[in-house]
Design a protein around this ligand. Structure first.
Ligand code: MN
Ligand code: MN
Length: 473
């Protein structure tokens, strides 16, 4: 046996090392002063308002654009532009704030996604059956179908008419507005269904939303589809649209109603879309707080992450590359794009699954994410032996540990569930192809992808602080 060239273990002199063991910090203890508590609650109030108003990618991008313009960001790009915003098809947006250092010394990028799992209407949605009008649907992203039944749903989206005009649709949010719903089977008649496998028990083609029940008046002996006719008349009166306009529409059923405080202590937030709007909100807040950064700051919100980052507005598109080339042409025409990419540092800001005591068996507790411990890093994602993962370099992890600890921001390190029990991916790998450093980070969320996800108020605040520290590094 080779003992190597080092000293014998028995001869090592042990010095007192106070921080030899790592112990996680509870954010509520870290942010316990009166001023910090006020900041946590103020952040939560603003975030809940944002969640209540932004339930689709378009609504989110509209909010971001309004906040960016109010913060001095301009759509005009030239050598003098300090803060630049560029939105693509109303669904994805890049914000850039010029740093004191040139882009050739790299950038600090935070990327997140503004799309969320939901129930989309089909292009031929409306039909009548059993004296009811219903909408056919096709779900978007990874949902557990039964969670979306027997609950109030709002209809959000756009209808584009042949003349190109875009009609914004929103039904079910205002007080007094009706909602839609997808019905579920009563337990009395569900004996057979209750014995089926979960994957077979709920059929996607049965996720039809009830849209009406009262027929229009009979005209002569015409008695067919009078309820459907009524719904079309109402849509026409409210939005000026016809049935064929629904071909060129993106209409989404989302959970109706506002974000709510959860717990008798109001310490958590229950809402639709923490994944990934908690990171969109945190990145935006962090960016707007820092006016004169060292390195150029980029904040990028994509669409389509929940279906694989495909399409013209997803992270696999060339939008980011083209937009950064435009910025480089305006600010540093002599610098090569590949050099800027290779010196870039990025956080793929996305939520992780919080340890749920009722389902502790799918988590590995030493490496799980926990509510209240601040944002968590995922060095890698993927499934079954890290397949499909970006794997952040330890040099970059060490860099981030250093800046977060220096800023006294609590954070922790986690991976998604037990090995081989499932898995997931993010946009990180689509950034890593450029050679930049990138890692996943975000708050831990309970009931992820459900209509009512839960996260800790203190984690949202800590995530804003963490992204701020990173963006100004
Ligand atoms: Mn996500
Ligand atoms: Mn997701």
């Amino acid at each position: 046996m080779n003992r190597g060239k080092g000293p014998y273990w028995s001869l090592i002199v042990i010095k007192k090392t106070p921080e030899l063991e790592h112990s996680a910090r509870n954010c509520w203890d870290v942010y316990s002063s009166a001023a910090d508590k006020k900041a946590v609650e103020a952040c939560a109030v603003k975030y809940m308002d944002f969640l209540t108003r932004c339930k689709t990618e378009r609504e989110t991008v509209d909010y971001v654009l309004a906040a960016a313009r109010a913060g001095g960001f301009s759509e005009t790009l030239n050598a003098k532009t300090k803060a630049y915003v560029n939105a693509q098809r109303g669904k994805t947006v890049l914000l850039a704030r010029r740093g004191k250092k040139p882009l050739s010394e790299g950038f600090r990028l935070v990327g997140a996604h503004c799309d969320t799992p939901r129930i989309d209407l089909k292009q031929h949605p409306l039909y009548e059956d059993t004296d009811m009008a219903l909408f056919k649907t096709h779900y978007y992203g990874g949902i557990r179908k039964h969670q979306w039944m027997a609950r109030p749903l709002a209809l959000h989206g756009v209808v584009v008419k042949k003349d190109g005009s875009v009609v914004r649709v929103c039904v079910g949010e205002a007080a007094g507005d009706p909602v839609l719903t997808i019905t579920d089977l009563l337990p009395h008649l569900a004996y057979k269904q209750a014995e089926q496998k979960l994957a077979d028990a709920f059929e996607a083609e049965k996720l039809n939303a009830v849209a009406g029940h009262e027929p229009v008046k009979k005209i002569g002996d015409k008695d067919k589809d009078r309820v459907k006719r009524h719904v079309l008349e109402l849509l026409n009166a409210r939005y000026g649209i016809t049935e064929s306009d629904l071909f060129s529409a993106e209409l989404q059923l989302v959970p109706a109603g506002p974000a709510r405080s959860v717990g008798l202590d109001s310490s958590m937030i229950g809402a639709y879309g923490h994944d990934d709007r908690s990171c969109v909100f945190s990145a935006l807040e962090a960016l707007l707080a820092e006016k004169q950064p060292e390195h150029t700051q980029l904040v990028l919100f994509w669409d389509k992450e929940e279906i694989g980052s495909e399409g013209a507005t997803g992270a696999q598109s060339l939008f980011f590359e083209y937009a950064l080339q435009d910025i480089l042409d305006a600010w540093e025409p002599k610098t090569k794009l590949s050099h800027v990419f290779a010196r870039g540092m990025a956080i793929s800001a996305d939520v992780n699954a919080a340890m749920d005591p009722d389902y502790a068996d799918v988590y590995e507790k030493l490496n799980a994410a926990y509510m209240g411990q601040g944002p968590c890093f995922n060095k890698f994602t993927g499934h079954r032996g890290k397949v499909g993962a970006n794997d952040a370099h330890p040099e970059f992890v060490a860099y981030l540990r250093n800046i977060l600890d220096a800023a006294n921001v609590p954070w922790h390190m986690a991976e998604l569930g037990k090995v081989d029990i499932g898995g997931g991916g993010t946009v990180a790998k689509f950034l890593a192809v450029y050679g930049m450093d990138v890692i996943d980070m975000g708050p831990a969320v309970l009931s992820m992808h459900s209509p009512f996800e839960v996260l800790s108020k203190v984690d949202v605040h800590a995530t804003v602080e963490a992204l701020r520290a990173f963006l100004k590094s």
